[in-house]
Design a protein around this ligand. Structure first.
Ligand SMILES: NC(=O)C1=CN([C@@H]2O[C@H](COP(=O)(O)OP(=O)(O)OC[C@H]3O[C@@H](n4cnc5c(N)ncnc54)[C@H](O)[C@@H]3O)[C@@H](O)[C@H]2O)C=CC1
Ligand SMILES: C[C@H](O)[C@@H]1OC(=O)[C@H](O)[C@@H]1O
Length: 253
């Protein structure tokens, strides 16, 4: 048990990588607060799964692009779990679209959810951790796309680079409070975000062919690294990024 009694908040936690992180953290003894954009069966089933693991689960409904959702999420976690030890800024969108005709509202929404949502949530969590005076950590679910481009991702990749940069700056700002800030850079993980894109057999084959470990990632592959970064095993890591991509980034030829 690496996270016994730790209180971990996860945005967009009901599905995909967020859900995988919630379950892996609960398996390691953490209590979990989930932010979700709307009530759903998947939120309800996740709460049951966490409780079956013997841990507490709290839900806060809100759009991460709205700064008030961050305040509400922290309040719900303090009320339901007694405080905040870690924030996993995971909620994100990637509406694939070509660059030359990118609608301005798609760019703005992607920046608001992915980057601003991370900013608001991490700032609110850090303020709570400073009030508690017991340290903690922030973990942004950035992407391999912080380091490389994508033809249909000109609106998305800058938000992932932005999350990575944000963690570097807040690592400096928060070190004096014992609060660490790191980012995880997943490669291609099979979730709803890319279901449609990877439904094209040629695209899927190309993406899989780039991965030396021979398969797309699973949410738990990322959840396990969230456990590590939140735990004392990573107690001297801050301002760092961890690429979790099955080797895709280094595979030039
Ligand atoms: N799946 C992949 O290959 C990769 C995903 N990522 C990142 O991982 C994060 C999670 O994505 P996945 O689990 O893959 O996708 P997903 O679509 O399964 O999950 C995204 C979650 O974010 C939530 N969400 C979206 N907009 C929201 C909003 N405005 N407010 C609150 N919640 C919101 C969704 O409801 C959902 O629960 C994203 O930030 C994504 O950019 C990074 C690298 C690779
Ligand atoms: C949504 C993409 O399939 C996925 O997200 C990322 O951040 C990477 O670009 C992956 O390919």
């Amino acid at each position: 048990m690496l996270l016994q009694g730790q209180r971990i908040l996860i945005t967009g936690g009901s599905r995909g990588i967020g859900r995988g992180a919630a379950i892996e953290c609960a398996k390691h003894g953490a209590d979990i607060a989930i932010n979700a954009s709307a009530p759903s069966d998947s939120v309800d089933s996740l709460v049951k799964e966490i409780e079956t693991l013997g841990r507490k689960a709290v839900v806060s409904i809100g759009d991460v692009a709205d700064p008030d959702s961050a305040t509400a999420f922290i309040e719900a976690a303090v009320k339901g779990l007694g405080g905040v030890d870690h924030m996993v800024a995971n909620a994100g969108i990637c509406p694939f679209h070509s660059f030359l005709d990118m609608p301005v509202e798609v760019v703005k929404r992607t920046v608001d959810v992915n980057l601003m949502g991370t900013y608001y949530m991490c700032q609110a969590a850090a303020n709570q951790m400073v009030r508690q005076g017991t340290g903690g950590s922030l973990i942004a679910i950035s992407s391999i796309s912080a380091l490389v481009g994508g033809e249909m991702q000109s609106h998305y990749t800058p938000t992932k680079a932005g999350q990575h940069s944000l963690m570097q700056s807040v690592a400096i700002a928060l070190g004096k409070y014992g609060i660490r800030a790191n980012s995880i850079l997943p490669g291609t993980i099979a979730t709803d975000i890319n279901k449609e894109d990877l439904a094209d057999p040629a695209k899927r084959e190309y993406m899989e062919g780039r991965i030396p470990l021979g398969r797309l990632g699973k949410p738990e592959d990322i959840g396990k690294v969230v456990v590590f970064l939140a735990s004392d095993l990573a107690g001297y890591m801050t301002g760092a990024h961890v690429l979790v991509d099955g080797g895709a980034f280094v595979h030039l030829q």
